[in-house]
Write a protein that binds this ligand. Sequence first.
Ligand SMILES: [Zn+2]
Length: 607
Amino acid sequence: MTVTRKEVPQEDQWNLDTLYPNKESWQKEFEALSKESPPNFPECSTHKGKLSQSPQNVLETLTSIFETERKLRKLYTYAHLRHDEDIADNQAKMAYQGITGLYHQFSQETAWLQPELLAMSDEELQQLIAHPLLQHFHFFLEKLRRLKPHTLTAEQEELVALAQQALESPSRAFSAINNADFKFGQVEDSSGSKKPLTHATYGLYIRERDRTLRKNAFSTLHNKFSEYENTLAELLSGQVQGHLFDAKAHRFGSCLEAALYPKNIETSVYRSLIEAVRSKLGVLHRYMNLRKQILGLDELHLYDLYVPLVPSVDMKFSYEEAEELVIESVRPLGSEYVSLLHHGLKSGRWVDRYENLNKRSGAYSSGCYDSMPYILMNFKGILRDVFTLAHEVGHSMHSYYSRQTQPYHYSDYTIFVAEVASTFNEELLLKTLLTRVQSAEERAFLINEKIEDIRGTLFRQTMFAEFELAIHEAAEKRIPLTPQFFTETFIKLNQDYFGPDVVLDKEIGIEWARIPHFYYNFYVYQYATGISAALALSDKVCGDNATAPQTKYLEFLRSGSSDYPLDLLAKAGVDMRTAGPVLATIDKFDTLVTELEKTLAPSGLKC
Ligand SMILES: [Zn+2]
């Protein structure tokens, strides 16, 4: 029986009282910021239309906007965390909606800033950037200035912004059909009993030992998408057309360039990731062959890819054990990191540990400049949960260091670097666990987990990245994005990536239709680059002569968004402009496969 929120002992809850002592004090601060009628934030627009008159005007405007945003973020953080504790709590829901609306209002009222700054001539902008008054905003303005060649007149930008809401409708429609309208019914397991199929249970069934259940879940889920292939193809095509509109309107050479340019990531980084992974697909094929052998199958189907190869190990952990393990694992980062984390997890109560009735599912790290880096968990004690804690701790410590070091406007960081910090800590945990294993089975179990992690994060996401690029390039060449085009492109990629030992069931042709990330505009490649950078950095920090790498890594955690992501990583010691880190990750995968082969292949240990 799941406990209600009220029944959760205080020591298992995150400490939100340090943010606001109670809901009333939150309400008071919220009301102080919201006005009867707009404008809500007149202090942010005092110099509207007069920015070019003096650097002082720019300074006052930026200061005022960031100060207000900082207050709003604090209000937002409290409301969203309270809301996630119990999503059925009406008072929390109202507070959350209230602050979301106010935040929206703030964005609208300050939307004039960027076009007005970019309406200045390049010379004026350069003078502004060089002005001593604005030295704390140097990088912020420099980043903005890069956008100038791709920014239209204020009137044109307004028109593009108006079109934006219509352009977002394919992704909203996809989300509606995928999350609400689709019902997958039930699937039968090998004993003939029926089980409900949802997105969540699919993830569980596909890992089950019961092959009938896996097969039925796989085909039932994909067949549902196939029934709607025309609609789903129109939706994805509509989304791609939207990206194309945006790229053309802002004078970019391609959709890929438009998506990467604001972060100053060259398109060659994307292409070289694909090229590097493609050059080493033989390694993935070898793993597929090994999987087939270990599972003892005549044919390896797509529904056989997620079942663990080492079923005999059932590792269980209490939350306290998980905490100890995660703290132990970060020792290579030095005593300061260890003691900060120790405090955060123990007396600081960063973490909301266990499931309760109506608590948001999953896990995340969240917070703001004026809060602790909170972590939401639904800890149940399996090994995956310990890795999740390590992952979220990686995000939280990154946030902690960046907020401690950077001014508010550089304290956030981009996704490109975010997943480096979290994956880095997962890798440290794995290294620790490997030193503690009791048996060959346990070791093989951990190695298999890591192999699957790299397969899912590097190989699978790169295949997706390749698909995304192919469909955008087709749209740029005016090739119609029909269901057939999507399906053929997707099957071809699956053939290349999985190799000769995997039977490509016909259902896989429609998988493109069920991946929400294809609506995110060149997002998934960052998972692949993230894991590669994290593994490279963790090897350095755990290697011999680790003092310099450790200092550089901590410096990276402190750097927030004070520079472009590739430059931050380069300073930390990993050059993502080259294929080196990706190739090294594949080499690591290769080594792990060899080790698994020695332990588990039919000639080795039986399980
Ligand atoms: Zn993450």
